[in-house]
Design a protein around this ligand. Structure first.
Ligand SMILES: *Cc1c(COP(=O)(O)O)cnc(C)c1O
Length: 246
């Protein structure tokens, strides 16, 4: 297993600590401005493209929740980071042939966006004796309908969320946790987050325990918290800009 103990002067750890402190301050300020309790917002640090050694450093800095978007990479990091008591969140687009694999190590799957995934997830959950939380990813639209590099379009149409949430709620080994959304680029995020919140409220009317609203990334976390996000997914602001955004 890797270790973050390293030399007393672990520059990378110091850098991560500074970045984390800045993000935590932003979250605290956004909560204060929105008159919300900070305890109601969970920071998920998205470590995609960065090594397991960074995950270990983050754990030593008090991070409890890690996000990943690719199965192979996530699986390798998860096994390199065993014993750290982290919660793993899958936030990437979910291919049908990867859905079962993800269930084996993820505590929460944020990207359930179509019906065909649900029986696959259910079977994998039953087989592994796990009960993953499932969030429905909601398509919040793009201003001009074009695909955005790095923000591959995904998500269920808001009109399909009711049926999907019933299917997840009826799966005995899946736990419907709530909804997830990615705001479109190139336009202020507030309307998209407001739309997501509305979808979330409709889901909660039918499923009161499905309280999670996973929204907000490095550049739009303040708007997301204002709109009620319970889980923010932050990558670049903690780990640094990725050479290839994805
Ligand atoms: C990469 C990613 C994030 C984190 O994005 P940053 O801009 O690096 O904060 C959040 N959510 C999803 C779905 C992602 O793929």
């Amino acid at each position: 297993m890797l270790t973050a103990a390293g030399p007393a002067t672990d520059e990378r750890r110091a850098q991560l600590a500074r970045n984390l402190a800045r993000v935590r301050e932003q979250i605290a300020a956004a909560c204060a401005a929105a008159d919300r309790d900070e305890a109601g917002v969970t920071l998920i640090v998205v470590t995609k493209t960065y090594p397991a050694a960074d995950v270990i450093r983050l754990a030593s800095l008090g991070v409890t929740d890690i996000g990943e978007n690719r199965d192979q990479e996530a699986r390798a990091k998860h096994s390199a980071c065993s014993g750290l008591n982290l919660a793993w969140h899958f936030v990437g687009q979910l291919q049908r042939n990867k859905a079962a694999a993800v269930v084996r190590y993820c505590d929460a799957i944020h990207s359930v966006d179509r019906s065909e995934l649900i029986p696959v997830l259910q079977r994998a959950a039953a087989a592994s004796g796990r009960r993953p939380r499932c969030l429905i990813q909601v398509d919040l639209g793009e201003p001009d309908g074009t695909a955005q590099p790095g923000r591959a379009r995904g998500g269920a149409l808001p009109s399909d969320v009711g049926a999907l949430s019933a299917e997840i709620a009826n799966a005995p080994d899946l736990e419907l946790a709530g909804v997830m959304g990615v705001a479109p680029l190139g336009t202020p995020p507030a309307p998209a987050f407001a739309a997501l919140r509305e979808v979330a409220m409709r889901v909660q009317e039918q499923h009161p325990a499905a309280t999670w609203i996973s929204a907000g990334m490095s550049t739009d976390l303040v708007a997301a918290i204002k709109a009620g996000a319970t889980h923010v997914r932050i990558g670049a602001a903690v780990l640094g800009e990725r050479p290839f955004p994805r």
